[in-house]
Design a protein around this ligand. Structure first.
Ligand SMILES: [Fe+2]
Length: 278
């Protein structure tokens, strides 16, 4: 069992377009990513790894991935990525050669960081907005989780395996979540399922495991729980997630912090030199 904390930063839904293009004619996703990269570089403790949980590109094209590579070049941290519905497996595999489990098809991978296993699952379906884990991916997940049962594991995938209440996103979530659940339940070492796709911070339980959605560095999906508007987005405070793993009994503990991106007043001390509250 490792003795040091492990810090995993998660960023999601970058939606990088070709240079000079705005997403939906309005959102400068490249500028948003530049600010996100600056925030990641400045953060202390330095994260051990960054996971990008899908929708790296927007339409997608080779030019968008080239633009993304240039935008990520200043990032001083190692990163891994998993596709979302706006990505192309083939273009991503070419742009970001990583230790993928399969030589073709889904871009699944398992990465060990300081005694913690990160299992990245490709839930993308070519040309469709919804998510699905194919049979090969589900078998690979089960076998991967069985291979080192004493290590804690975090799962990352783009599509949430649960309903958020946002109608137009719920019809394009992970449609075969019922196939994922029994695998998660079989392997108690899964301590967190971390997803994206909805561009807003969300938390629930799935198959007995805390399950999150990571906010985006750019726009947020409108929190319309009453179906009163057409599918819409809002420019809300950008953020990333920091999943901190602390050693302890059993599989230790995972704590997720939401980190706002931007320049904010502070930090200011609570106490003066005399130890009294200011
Ligand atoms: Fe998405």
């Amino acid at each position: 069992m490792p003795s040091k904390p492990v810090y995993i930063a998660q960023i999601s839904d970058l939606h990088i377009k070709s240079p000079g293009s705005l997403a939906y004619g309005r959102v400068d996703t490249a500028g948003a990513l530049e600010r996100c990269v600056a925030a990641l570089n400045e953060f202390r403790p330095k994260p051990d790894l960054v996971v990008i949980s899908g929708d790296l590109a927007d339409t997608p094209t080779r030019e968008e991935y080239e633009h993304l590579k240039r935008l990520l070049a200043p990032l001083e941290l190692p990163f891994v990525s998993v596709p979302g519905n706006h990505d192309s497996r083939e273009l991503m595999r070419a742009a970001f050669p990583q230790a993928y489990a399969f030589p073709s098809g889904p871009l699944n991978q398992s990465v060990e960081v300081g005694g913690l296993d990160l299992v990245l699952l490709d839930s993308s379906v070519a040309g469709k907005p919804h998510g699905d884990l194919d049979t090969a991916t589900l078998h690979w997940l089960d076998a991967t989780l069985a291979s080192s049962p004493s290590r804690p594991a975090l799962l990352f995938l783009h599509h949430p395996p649960f309903v958020t209440g946002i109608w137009h996103m719920d019809r394009q979530n992970l449609l075969d979540a019922s196939e994922l659940a029994p695998i998660v339940r079989r392997h108690p070492r899964v301590r967190l399922i971390a997803t994206g796709h909805v561009h807003r911070a969300t938390l629930t339980m799935f198959a007995g495991v805390p399950t999150t959605i990571c906010p985006a560095p750019n726009h947020a999906v409108d929190l319309d729980l009453e179906r009163v508007r057409e599918p819409s987005f809002k420019i809300e405070p950008p953020a990333f997630h920091l999943h901190s793993w602390f050693p302890g009994d059993g599989f230790g503990s995972v704590v997720t912090h939401q980190v706002p991106i931007g320049n904010f007043d502070g930090p200011h001390p609570f106490f003066g030199p005399d130890g009294k509250l200011l």
